[in-house]
Design a binder for this molecule. Structure first.
Ligand SMILES: C[S@@+](CC[C@H](N)C(=O)[O-])C[C@H]1O[C@@H](n2cnc3c(N)ncnc32)[C@H](O)[C@@H]1O
Length: 152
C-alpha cells in the first residue's frame, strides 16, 4: 500500500506548462505522487528511483528505471527535458518499513538505512565503523537510541 503523501505537489504543478506535452524527468519517483499527476496532465515522463522495491504500474507515457537519478540522467542528451524534478529524502513507505533500519517503532537492524534491498548491501553502520568516525558514532547512536543494540 502506498501511504506516502506527496509534499509541494501543488506549487510544482502550478509552475509547469502542460499545454505542450512536456517531457519531464522525475528523479525520485517514490510512491509516484508527482509522476501520476504529470501523467494525468498528458506529460511524457522518464522516472527513476534508487529503491529497487519501487515498481510503477505500466503507462505508455512513462519510462522507469530502478537507478540513481545521477546515473539515469546521463543516458539522455543535454536539454532533452523540459522539466527536471527531484523530491529528495525518504518516502513514508521507507520510513515505516521494518526491513530498512529507518523506523524506531520496529526491531530493525540498527542504523541500516537502506534505500535498496539486495544481498550485497553493506549497512550504513558497518561502513561507519570502518571510518574515522568510529570513535564517536557508536557512542552517539548508543546515547540517542538508548535501549537499542549496537556493536562494531
Ligand atoms: C520523498 S520520496 C519521493 C516521493 C515522490 N515524489 C512521491 O510523490 O511519491 C524520495 C525518493 O527518492 C528516492 N531516492 C533517494 N535517493 C535517490 C537517488 N540517488 N536516485 C534516485 N532515487 C533516490 C528514495 O528511494 C525515495 O523513494
Amino acid at each position: 500500500m502506498n501511504a506516502h503523501i506527496p509534499v509541494l505537489l501543488d506549487p510544482i504543478l502550478e509552475n509547469i506548462n502542460f499545454s505542450n506535452y512536456p517531457v519531464i524527468f522525475d528523479g525520485t519517483y517514490g510512491g509516484g505522487g508527482y509522476t501520476d499527476k504529470f501523467l494525468d496532465n498528458q506529460a511524457i515522463v522518464f522516472a527513476c528511483d534508487l529503491d529497487n522495491t519501487v515498481k510503477p504500474n505500466s503507462n505508455k507515457n512513462l519510462t522507469f528505471a530502478n537507478q540513481s537519478y545521477s546515473e539515469y540522467i546521463k543516458t539522455f542528451e543535454d536539454n532533452f527535458f523540459d522539466v527536471i524534478v527531484l523530491d529528495l529524502g525518504f518516502s513514508s513507505n521507507q520510513l515505516t518499513s521494518s526491513k530498512r533500519g529507518f523506523s524506531y517503532q520496529n526491531d530493525d537492524e540498527i542504523f541500516d538505512l537502506r534505500y535498496e534491498i539486495s544481498d550485497n548491501f553493506t549497512p550504513a553502520w558497518k561502513l561507519a565503523c570502518g571510518k574515522p568516525v568510529e570513535n564517536f558514532l557508536p557512542q552517539f547512536w548508543r546515547k540517542i537510541q538508548q535501549k537499542r543494540r549496537f556493536r562494531c
